[in-house]
Design a protein around this ligand. Structure first.
Ligand SMILES: [Zn+2]
Length: 434
């Protein structure tokens, strides 16, 4: 009979490459389990830095690495890790262990994947509390797994994309040599699936270049529509890379710009009345400003009364109101021709009211195809509104992000494909092909 006692070893504990389980120690009082591993003699030791074969042994140290819980018991994997001479690095190096997370040597890779998986549905901070793992290790591990998933990441074929910017950091976090643009991220969304397909650092034009270069010439040719904000210099880049794409200025940004121009007019008008009348009736200042920025249908009764009184006093403001309503209605037009007529009317009325800010603004858009393309494609970056909310929630949950690369990865994880549903299988495919 064999003298060696056969232990019952759960199958999940027999997956440590190069090692076998020698013993399992249970500590009932602390609900903790220690799995003691024994190295196989024929194991090939590789360098953690250069993955070359290591030479003679110099030293060894006892490793206690956190592993996945079993029946809510905490588990550590315990083994001797060797330090050997690496002829390539010309130094003593620790050996490479397959099942240990490379960025956090006190954690198994299994646990790292699990933390990443949990962080898809919860904040990393919560995951760290749930598993009582140090917060910073959790962040590091989550980022490491996301970076690994990114290596197999495939940008899906797209024909309609929207480009929008997201405010990612406050000005306090601005580093030396960075401009305001660096506080933003450029988010690229597939209009068909409403998923984030890529996130670039900064909101500069170059942010788009990296995306177009990554997907390649042919994929660029397949893009038919690009929606974006008129103020950013994206147009030039889109024309340069995507010969077949028509550019659409985003409706929400246009309305915003229009309202700003209109507000300039109102301010000018009010300046004429001087301080005295402002004291009497603070209609355009402070809290009343928002009344003007909302559509008439959305205003309350009191708000409407305010405006009516105001209009009696000031005919020009009344005219401005009409122009605004007209402009908003224009987006409901059936076709471009109908919309063109409406914008011409806005222009005429602005001329009659001598609203030069508004005139200037209308002139700046009415000759541009990007403006009229909306009536052909009916696309706005409005799809990103939902995504913007998801991104904001992400930011709140983590109390902001200092690391922009990590934030970009998290956006792609939450609102895109960089998660276990998609990117994991892409990563496996790439690894098996390689
Ligand atoms: Zn080495």
């Amino acid at each position: 009979m064999d003298a060696k006692v056969q232990l019952y070893i759960p199958r999940s504990f027999n997956s440590f490459q190069g090692f076998s389980v020698k013993d399992i120690k249970e500590h009932f009082s602390t609900e903790h389990m220690e799995v003691i591993l024994e190295s196989h003699d024929d194991r090939i030791r590789l360098c953690t830095c250069c993955v070359h074969k290591l030479g003679i042994m110099k030293d060894r140290y006892w490793v206690r690495a956190r592993h996945l819980r079993v029946f809510n018991w905490s588990v550590t994997i315990n083994f001797w890790r060797e330090k050997r001479h690496c002829s390539h690095c010309k130094k003593t190096r620790s050996e490479w262990i397959d099942f240990i997370c490379p960025t956090s040597p006190h954690m198994t890779l299994e646990l790292a994947w699990w933390i990443n998986r949990m962080s898809e549905i919860s904040a990393v901070l919560q995951v760290s509390k749930l598993d009582s793992i140090d917060k910073m290790s959790c962040y590091a591990v989550d980022k490491y797994i996301l970076t690994r998933l990114l290596q197999g990441y495939q940008i899906p074929d797209v024909t309609q994309i929207s480009v929008d910017e997201v405010y990612a950091r406050g000005p306090i976090q601005r580093k030396k040599g960075e401009s305001r643009d660096d506080l933003f991220l450029t988010v690229i969304v597939d209009q068909r699936t409403h998923k984030v397909i890529w996130v670039s650092k900064s909101r500069r034009k170059e942010a788009l270049d990296s995306f177009f270069e990554m997907i390649g010439k042919e994929a660029c040719q397949r893009i038919k529509v690009v929606t974006c904000d008129q103020h950013r210099g994206y147009a030039e880049r889109v024309r340069q890379y995507c010969a077949n794409a028509s550019l659409v200025w985003d409706k929400f940004h246009l309305v915003q710009a229009f309202n700003e121009a209109l507000n300039e007019e109102r301010k000018k008008e009010w300046d004429k009345y001087g301080e005295q009348s402002l004291k009497e009736d603070d209609l355009l200042a402070g809290k009343y400003k928002y009344i003007y920025l909302t559509k008439s249908a959305n205003r309350s009764k009191t708000d409407r009364r305010h405006i009516e009184e105001d209009m009696k006093k000031n005919e020009r403001i009344a005219k401005m109101e009409l122009i605004k309503e007209h402009f908003h209605k224009m987006f409901h037009c059936q076709d471009k021709l109908e919309a063109q007529i409406m914008l011409s009317e806005c222009y005429e009325w602005a001329w009659q009211a001598k609203a030069f800010h508004l005139l200037k603004w209308i002139m700046s858009v009415r000759e541009r195809n990007e403006f009229w393309n909306y009536f052909e494609h009916r696309l706005t970056s409005g799809v990103s509104e939902g995504i913007n909310r998801a991104i904001k929630t992400l930011k709140w949950m983590a109390y902001g992000y200092k690391d922009m690369n990590y934030f970009a990865l998290k956006i792609m994880q939450r609102s895109g494909y960089l998660n276990h549903k998609y990117a994991l299988q892409w990563m496996y495919q790439k690894e098996t092909n390689a």
